[in-house]
Structures are given as C-alpha cells and as structure tokens.
Design a protein around this ligand. Structure first.
Ligand code: NAD
Ligand code: TYD
Length: 353
C-alpha cells in the first residue's frame, strides 16, 4: 500500500493511473482536499478498481493523517498535494503557505510518528517522497548553466517560496530525525488532465473556443517542458532506487520560449482541427501584461538521475505535445466538465464544498 496526497490533481492523478496500470501494483490510498484543482473525473477509470481508495481530506489534518497511516500502514507517502499556480499565489498567497508549508510540516510529523513505531523490514523500506519543483532554484539568464541539485535556492514567487520552504523542512526531517526522505524537483509538466489555468491546456482550449491566446510580456521566457508520464516514471524510479536524503532534478531537455510553445500548439491544431475560416490559430495570439516578477528561464540538468538511477524521459516535446493536443480533442466530456465547472457540482452534493 502507498499513500498518495493530491492524487486528484493533474500530476497526482496521472501518477495514480500509471501506478495502477500495472496489474501487480500495490494499492493506493489517495488523500485529496478537492480544491478547485482536484477533479475526481481524472480518476473515473478507477471507479471499479478496489486497489484505489479515495479519501477526501486535508494533509494538514493531523487526526485524519494519523488514522490513515495506522489503518493502512503504507510503505511510502508520496506528497503531491499543493497549491500549484504561480498567478494564483500572486493574487492570494495564504493557501500556499497553509498547504505547501504547514500541510507538509504536518505530514512530516505524522510520518515521523508512524515510522518511529515501525520495526525491521517495514521500518527500513519506508519512504517519504516529496514532489517539488525546479522553481525553487529561481530564475536563470540565457547563458547560465541549467539547474543542478547543488544550485542554491532563490525562489521568487509566493508559490516557489512556499515550495522551497517545504523542501527545507523535508531536508531537516532527514538530517535531524533520520526520516527516510527523497525529494524530486521537476520542470514544467504538460499532458492529459492538466487544469486549463496553466499555459498549455489554456492555449489548446482557448484556441478551439475562438478566444484569444494570452502571451505574457514578449513571450520570450523559457521553460523546460516534461511530459507528465515521464515525471511519473521518474518518481517511481526514485521511490524505488533513490538514495535517502538526496534530491533529484527531473527534466525533459526541452527548453522552449512561451511564444514557441504557443505557436507549436497552433500549428498542430491547424493540422488536426483547422479553423472553419481556414486561417491559422496563431492569429488568436494576444500579447498581454507581464506577470509581476516573471522568472525569465528555468532549465534542468537531469544528469544525476540519469547517471545514478538510469532514468531518461521517453517523450520529446514534439511527441508529447502532439499526444497532449490529441488527448484534449479526444476528451470533450472531461473538457466540458472543467470549462463549465460542472465537475464541481456533484462535489457540492457529495461533500458540501
Ligand atoms: P494541481 O494543482 O493540479 O493539483 C494539486 C492537488 O492537490 C489537487 O488535487 C488539490 O485538490 C490537492 N490539494 C491541495 N491542497 C491540499 C491539501 N491541503 N490537502 C490535500 N490535498 C490538497 O498540481 P499539480 O500540477 O498536479 O502538481 C502536483 C505537485 O507537483 C505539486 O506539489 C507541485 O508543486 C509539483 N510540481 C508541479 C509541476 C507542474 O508543472 N504542474 C512541476 C513540478 C512540480
Ligand atoms: P504556467 O503554465 O502558469 O507555469 P509556471 O508559471 O509554473 O511556469 O506558465 C508557463 C509560462 O507561460 C510562464 O512563463 C507564464 C506563461 N504564461 C503565459 O504567457 N500566458 C498565460 O496565460 C499563462 C497561464 C502562462
């Protein structure tokens, strides 16, 4: 049994689906608060799978987390739960501090107590895997080398600062209490079930809806894009073989400017779902006000995980982005639920939230 937190969100849901796609996989307890970013439709295909147990709750709820650990005795906790959107963190940082810092602190304390009570093999094999981001390292100039694990943290947004704080807590729980932790710092993900507040799904859906494609500033900021399935496979490898107390950078070797990303998506849509007037989707690109404190460039040096654990991404940006655009075209029901907000209707009924 493993305990996954935030498994109804974009990456967490992809992870749970990938994990359970293997017939021999251990069961998953999925603890998620179902914020606006949590969507049980992501996990629809598991509704008859007894290996998946969904629990609606907060990683900051000590009583609940202790109960889950005592009842299910997981051999690992994989912490995806977070507030994850930079723009939202600029408008309202409170939830970011609460979930990303205080929530992670609570999870660490519960894990410490639980692990402290384990013995022998169970104690030796237990892992606390913290899922983090490359944004903790700060921003690069165009000529700087890519982020290595040794790069000092220089977070610039409330989001990245809160993730950096959580990474430091995880590190300290290893050094002080010897809690068996591993941390992964990953670059920007994209793929199925991505909530359309983030650049790639927003552009795909706005393009199809005939809306403008908002590019912040001059669109020359650079991100290092990784297909979400590759992130999931990297997490499994680190969980399996990662050295305790270590951090591993995960990246796709795919640096692209935002404007290039938007143009590539437009070109794929021109081919797969041409506009009725025959004009290119790139006509919908609109340059809008820049994000305050916008980081210029992120780039991951992913040589450590490759050299030490043998992991490399399977997808290039070309293959991954094509799969992603196709997924959004092939899943209109999921898209509709998210765009209209109807995915939250039954949550209201079910959970009164
Ligand atoms: P997401 O916003 O899509 O999903 C987050 C999930 O966490 C949601 O299901 C939400 O309901 C849940 N959640 C939020 N607060 C919670 C709480 N207090 N208790 C329990 N559940 C809670 O995020 P994502 O893009 O899937 O990111 C997952 C993790 O990966 C985050 O920790 C993020 O920092 C990290 N990460 C994301 C990216 C990326 O490109 N999206 C890249 C690197 C790292
Ligand atoms: P985003 O997907 O929000 O991820 P992050 O901020 O974590 O990197 O944004 C990716 C890049 O795209 C970032 O440089 C901001 C930019 N961006 C736009 O230009 N327009 C948009 O509408 C959004 C959401 C992002």
């Amino acid at each position: 049994m493993i305990l996954v937190t935030g498994g109804a969100g974009f990456i967490g849901a992809n992870f749970v689906l990938n994990w359970l796609s293997s017939v021999s996989a251990e069961g998953v307890i999925n603890l998620d608060k179902l914020t606006y970013a949590g969507n049980l439709a992501n996990l629809q295909s598991l509704k008859n799978d007894s290996r998946h147990t969904f629990v609606h709750g907060d990683i900051g709820d000590k009583k609940l987390v202790n109960k889950l650990l005592a009842e299910h005795r997981p051999r690992a906790i994989i912490n995806f739960a977070a507030e994850s959107h930079v723009d939202r963190s600029i408008h309202g940082p409170t939830e970011f501090i609460q979930t990303n810092i205080v929530g992670t602190f609570n999870l660490l304390e519960c894990a410490r107590e639980y692990w402290g009570g384990l013995e022998h093999v169970e104690k030796d094999r237990f892992r606390f895997h913290h899922v983090s981001t490359d944004e903790v390292y700060g921003s690069l100039s165009l000529s700087d080398p890519a982020f290595k694990e040794t790069k000092p943290y220089e977070p610039n947004s409330p989001y990245s600062a809160s993730k950096a704080a959580s990474d430091h807590l995880v590190r300290a729980w290893f050094h002080t209490y010897k809690l068996p932790v591993v941390t992964t710092n990953c670059s920007n993900n994209y793929g199925p079930y991505h909530f359309p507040e983030k650049l790639i799904p927003l552009v795909i859906l706005n393009a199809l809806a005939g809306k403008s494609l908002p590019v912040y500033g001059d669109g020359q900021q650079i991100r290092d894009w990784l297909y979400v399935g590759d992130h999931c496979s990297a997490i499994s490898v680190v969980l399996d073989k990662g050295k305790l107390g270590e951090t591993y950078n995960i990246g796709g070797w795919n640096e692209k400017t935002n404007l290039d990303v938007v143009n590539i998506i437009c070109a794929i849509l021109d081919e797969l779902r041409p506009r009725s007037d025959g004009k290119p989707y790139s006509k919908q690109i609109t340059f809008v006000a820049d994000r305050p404190g916008h980081d210029l460039r992120y780039a991951i040096d992913a040589r450590k995980i490759q050299k030490e654990l043998g992991w490399r991404p399977a997808e290039t940006f070309d293959t991954g982005i094509r799969k992603t655009v196709r997924w959004y075209l092939d899943n209109p029901d999921w898209v509709q639920g998210v765009v209209t907000g109807s995915y939250r209707d039954w949550l209201q009924k079910q959970y009164l939230i």
